[in-house]
Design a protein around this ligand. Structure first.
Ligand SMILES: Nc1ncnc2c1ncn2[C@@H]1O[C@H](COP(=O)(O)OP(=O)(O)OP(=O)(O)O)[C@@H](O)[C@H]1O
Ligand SMILES: Cc1ncc(C[n+]2csc(CCOP(=O)(O)O)c2C)c(N)n1
Ligand SMILES: [Mg+2]
Ligand SMILES: [Mg+2]
Ligand SMILES: [Mg+2]
Length: 321
C-alpha cells in the first residue's frame, strides 16, 4: 500500500443500493436519512498501539478517552450530536495488557461519553499477537438538511479554524522525549493525551443554517485544507500570521501547526459575511472562531508568511508514506 487516500478512492462504490444515503465515503462521517427530521451519522476510527499511541505516551485511561474522542470529533465535523458508540478491542495474546488496564481504558471512554449522554451499545472482543487495537464506531444525528460537507467551499469564502493547532504534536514530542513522567499539568501533553472534540462548535455551525464546509483536523491543518479544496474544486490562500497556535519560540512551530495533526479542532469555509456571523454566534457562547485565509478559484493550498507565498504540500499524516 502506497497511499491511504488513493486506496480509499479505489474501493469507493460507484452507486448506493439504499436511497437514504445522503453522503457515503468521502467525508468525516456518513450521513443517511433517519426518522422524524433527522439525518443519522455513522463513523468509525481505530487506534493501533505504537501507531496512534504507545505505553510510553498514553495511559490506558487516556487511550480510551482518545479512542472515543477521535470519533466524536468526526460527528462534530458533520455538525452532529453523538448518541451511541460500539467498541471493538483486539487484545494482544502476548499478555502485555492486563484486564484491569482494559477496564481502565473503558473508563476513559465512559467518562467522556457521560459528558454527551452517549451510551455504549455493543462491540467485539478478539485477539492480536502483540499490539492492542481499539476501534470505535459512533452513531450520531443532525437535523435533516444540515450537510457540512467537504464539497461546500466556494471561491470568496473565508477559511476558519475553531482553535489552536500544533499543541498535540508538540505534546507527542514531549512525551516521546520524557515519557509519561512529563509534567502532568503540561498543556501540550494534555492536548495530545486527552483531546476534546469540538461538538459545541459543530452544533453552532449546524444551527446557523449557513452553507459551510467543515472537517476535523486529524491529519494536520494542511492535509485537511487540501481535503476540502480538492473535494470542492477550489484553491485556498492561508496566512501564517493568522493561524492560532501556542508554540511561540518553538523552532518546529510551523511543522507542528501545519502538519502535526491530532488537535481535533475544526477547519471550515463559509462566505465572508457568514463567517463573521458564525464568529459572533461563537462569541455569544464563549467560543472563538479564527479566520485564517480565503478560498479562491484554482487548485492547491498556498501559505503566505510575511512577503513569501509558497505552495503548501498536503503533508501531514499518511499511514503509508
Ligand atoms: N477502508 C475503508 N473502507 C471504506 N471506507 C473508508 C475506508 N477508510 C476510510 N474510509 C472512508 O473514507 C473517508 C475518509 O476517511 P478518513 O479516515 O481519511 O477520514 P477521517 O476519519 O475524517 O480522518 P482520520 O481517520 O484521519 O481521523 C471517510 O468517509 C471514511 O469513512
Ligand atoms: C506513539 C505515536 N506516534 C505517532 C503519533 C502521530 N500520529 C499517529 S496517527 C496520526 C494521524 C491521525 O491518525 P488517523 O488518520 O488514523 O486518524 C498521527 C499524527 C502518535 N499519535 N502516537
Ligand atoms: Mg475527520
Ligand atoms: Mg478515519
Ligand atoms: Mg487520517
Amino acid at each position: 500500500m502506497k497511499d491511504e487516500f488513493a486506496f480509499i478512492r479505489s474501493i469507493q462504490p460507484d452507486r448506493h443500493h439504499q436511497p437514504t444515503v445522503v453522503a457515503g465515503i468521502g467525508d468525516d462521517a456518513a450521513l443517511y436519512d433517519g426518522e422524524d427530521g433527522w439525518h443519522e451519522i455513522a463513523t468509525v476510527d481505530t487506534l493501533a498501539e505504537d501507531i496512534h499511541f504507545s505505553r510510553k505516551t498514553m495511559t490506558p485511561y487516556q487511550t480510551g478517552h482518545r479512542a472515543l474522542a477521535v470519533n466524536i470529533s468526526d460527528i462534530a465535523a458533520m455538525g452532529g450530536r453523538p448518541v451511541f458508540y460500539l467498541v471493538s478491542v483486539s487484545v494482544p495474546k502476548a499478555g502485555t495488557w492486563r484486564e484491569e488496564e482494559l477496564q481502565e481504558m473503558y473508563r476513559g471512554m465512559s467518562d467522556l461519553a457521560a459528558k454527551y449522554e452517549m451510551d455504549l451499545i455493543g462491540g467485539d472482543t478478539n485477539a492480536t499477537y502483540d499490539k492492542l487495537v481499539v476501534s470505535v464506531t459512533v452513531i450520531g444525528r443532525v437535523e435533516k438538511g444540515v450537510k457540512l460537507l467537504r464539497t461546500n467551499a466556494r471561491p470568496g469564502d473565508t477559511v476558519f479554524v475553531t482553535g489552536p493547532v500544533g499543541s498535540s504534536a508538540a505534546g507527542l514530542q514531549l512525551l516521546l522525549d520524557e515519557g509519561l513522567e512529563a509534567e502532568k499539568e503540561n498543556k501540550r501533553a494534555q492536548a495530545h493525551q486527552t483531546p476534546m472534540p469540538q461538538v459545541q462548535a459543530g452544533r453552532i455551525i449546524a444551527g446557523s443554517g449557513l452553507r459551510t464546509a467543515l472537517n476535523d483536523i486529524s491529519d494536520g491543518l494542511a492535509s485537511e485544507a487540501h481535503e476540502i479544496a480538492n473535494a470542492s474544486g477550489v484553491a485556498m490562500e492561508l496566512e501564517w500570521a493568522l493561524i492560532p497556535h501556542e508554540l511561540d519560540g518553538e523552532e518546529r512551530q510551523k511543522e507542528w501547526a501545519l502538519f502535526g495533526g491530532e488537535d481535533f479542532q475544526l477547519i471550515g469555509c463559509a462566505g465572508e459575511n457568514d463567517t463573521e456571523k458564525l464568529r459572533q454566534l461563537f462569541e455569544a457562547e464563549g467560543l472563538k472562531l479564527y479566520p485564517i485565509g480565503t478560498v479562491t478559484e484554482g487548485t492547491g493550498v498556498w501559505l503566505t508568511d510575511g512577503k513569501e507565498r509558497t505552495r503548501l504540500d498536503k503533508g501531514g499524516y499518511n499511514h503509508f508514506t
